[in-house]
Design a protein around this ligand. Structure first.
Ligand code: SF4
Ligand code: SF4
Length: 261
């Protein structure tokens, strides 16, 4: 099977959150209204174990003013070619599918949360009810078993989300960039090369940081060995404490036979 990718064109996203709702419907995820933040009209605010697709609202400039503009970005797991989550998973629960999606097998996940800290995009969350890590699956069940596109792509009314062969998505993104540049819009493609190539790429109208995307995402493995050292040191200390406790434990009283009669 070919490597498949999603292209997110922020220049034609209207922030309707249809993709967010479609994701919840297809994956049977509960609603999660976090309330009015006071800084944005966005009421879901972030990705979580129950929100695998989140439409971020970026409000630039003062209202009312001619400079004010809304920027919207439909965000999810990027299904990275170099996936930090996959590399640090100690049980092999995180795997790559034949079209390039990075998924989590809930039966094998032990809830250690190494993947949560290894993801440079803050995508993975632990579901505290099930004890299993959760995130977008790129609708592998639809795309690889049913031959359909991801639910969010189907729901998008403006075609801001497009699904297809990765090379075709890059060519489409470059066409979009050329058109936007000819209209005086500062457009860039994010995800073509980052972390070996993301399988969710973005046409952006501003710097990645404006949309909450790191400009130079890195594999965080260098932090993980330190975590293992602390874990190992903790295990050794616990072992020593247990040994001392057993050694100092008072000996069992002798049993006394009670004779009947
Ligand atoms: S975005 Fe994060 S969770 Fe998704 S594949 Fe990359 S490292 Fe893993
Ligand atoms: S459905 Fe399309 S237009 Fe609506 S928020 Fe999602 S990406 Fe934007």
């Amino acid at each position: 099977m070919a490597l498949m990718s999603m292209l997110v064109d922020t220049s034609i996203c209207i922030g309707c959150k249809g993709c967010e709702v479609a994701c919840k419907q297809w994956n049977e995820l509960p609603a999660e209204i976090k309330g009015f933040s006071g800084v944005s009209y966005d009421n879901t605010l972030a990705l979580s174990d129950k929100t695998w697709c989140h439409v971020g609202f970026v409000e630039q400039g003062q209202t009312p003013s001619a400079d004010f503009r809304w920027l919207f970005v439909s965000d999810r797991c990027k299904h990275c070619a170099q996936a930090g989550c996959l590399e640090v998973c100690p049980t092999g629960a995180i795997y790559r599918t034949e079209t390039g999606a990075v998924n989590i097998n809930p039966a094998v996940c032990n809830g250690c949360q190494n993947c949560v800290s290894a993801c440079p995009f803050g995508v993975v969350s632990l579901n505290h009810d099930t004890g299993v890590a959760n995130k977008c699956t790129l609708c592998s069940d639809r795309t690889e078993i049913m031959g359909r596109e991801p639910a969010c792509v189907t729901a998008c009314p403006t075609d801001a989300l497009v699904w297809g062969d990765r090379d075709e998505m890059i060519a489409l993104a470059e066409q979009k960039q050329t058109r936007l540049h000819s209209n005086g819009v500062r457009a860039s493609l994010y995800g073509k090369d980052e972390l070996g190539g993301l399988n969710v790429m973005f046409v952006l109208q501003d710097e990645p940081g404006v949309y909450g995307l790191p400009s130079n995402p890195q594999l965080p493995q260098r932090n993980v060995p330190a975590g293992y050292v602390f874990t190992a040191a903790g295990a050794v200390l616990l072992g020593l404490a247990a040994a001392v406790t057993f050694r100092n434990r008072p000996s069992q009283p002798e049993t006394v036979e009670v004779k009947e009669g």
